[in-house]
Design a protein around this ligand. Structure first.
Ligand code: HPA
Ligand code: ZN
Length: 323
């Protein structure tokens, strides 16, 4: 376990709104005059008992309502970066969901500026490099995604990529084929959540129609061996989130998780925390839980940490520092 702590790590699948700890949620609610529908931190944490992705998303969007000012987004991101130091996380690629905020009247600039200012301080004061990936909410329309992309154009220097998250079932990647084509031609890297609750066909669509550089989750690829072969041959990274999969009942038991199988099958698998404030663990916790439940060897743990850098959007010269 000392090995896990000492390995330099990258985090590639992390929703910044999912790092909002109940204590900070209450503090921001008080600062902004927002009344939360829970009497205490303990009562809120007790509500984090999910049946599936949607039951989590309902609470996650409700929690984000306390985020109002640029300073709120700064404080949220800064708290996460400080947590990274404990786990020896040295590079992060953070998702944010602008529509969650702009749809309730918060300016796009407020969100990006607060997160970006914390990332700049994280680089300067903590030595952590950080990139920002904007996710479209897939339960909303293509039109809304296009409007969000138009807002992002003025922030090309602060946003490295575009992703796709929220309710997967019933919202296949193909719904966003045109807006992803526009994002790619504007120079954004592209990724998408696929194969978390959705079927292997959604992973094929993310590859063939959205032309993504990485698949977020992707664990259901195992149901289609031709897809597993494709992911292995093309070395398309999967950003796997083990404790998330356990909490959202994608798997019943961590010992049954296919992370090790995928790794041994030659896929470029990485470990990530997804929404650590809701799922009970940051990146180090995810590594430790998998090491134990799946009996991962030291070599496999080193491989997983190295994969995080390989699969990152860091320039090759920067990756070389960590490999
Ligand atoms: N899946 C889909 N959408 C999300 C997730 C997730 O794991 N976390 C935050 N938004
Ligand atoms: Zn996610």
């Amino acid at each position: 376990m000392q090995l896990i702590q000492s390995l330099p790590k990258a985090e590639l699948h992390l929703h910044i709104e999912g790092t909002l700890e109940p204590e900070l949620m209450f503090a921001l609610a008080q600062r902004n005059g927002v009344t939360l529908p829970y009497p205490s931190v303990e009562a809120l944490r007790a509500a984090y008992d999910f049946d599936d992705l949607q039951s989590f998303l309902d609470l996650y969007y409700q929690g984000a309502d306390v985020l109002r000012t640029e300073q709120d987004f700064y404080d949220l991101t800064w708290a996460y970066l400080q947590r990274c130091v404990e786990d020896n996380v040295v590079h992060v690629e953070i998702f944010f969901d602008p529509q969650t905020h702009t749809d309730r009247g918060i300016a796009f600039d407020t969100v990006v500026s607060g997160i970006h200012r914390a990332l700049a301080d994280g680089q300067q004061q903590l030595g952590i490099s950080g990139y920002l990936i904007l996710c479209f909410l897939r339960h909303l329309s293509e039109e809304s995604a296009f409007a969000t992309l138009a807002e992002a154009m003025a922030y090309r220097d602060k946003i490295i990529g575009i992703g796709l998250d929220s309710s997967e079932l019933g919202h296949p990647p193909s719904k966003f084929e045109r807006v992803f084509a526009e994002a790619r031609s504007a120079g954004f890297k592209v990724v998408a959540h696929a194969g978390e609750e959705g079927p292997p066909e959604y992973i094929w669509e993310a590859l063939d129609k959205l032309k993504v550089a990485r698949i977020d989750h992707g664990v259901r690829c195992q149901e289609d061996m031709a897809l597993v072969d494709e992911l292995e041959q093309r070395q398309v990274p999967l950003t796997v989130c083990p404790l998330s999969n356990l909490k959202l009942k994608v798997v019943d038991d961590l010992a049954e998780h296919n992370l090790r199988w995928l790794l041994e099958r030659g896929l470029l698998v990485t470990i990530n925390a997804d929404d650590p404030a809701y799922f009970g663990g940051y990146l180090g916790d995810n590594y430790r839980a998998c090491a134990e439940a799946l009996a991962l060897t030291d070599e496999q743990l080193r491989q997983l940490a190295a994969n995080g850098f390989k699969a990152s959007f860091l320039p090759e010269s920067e990756k070389a520092r960590w490999l």
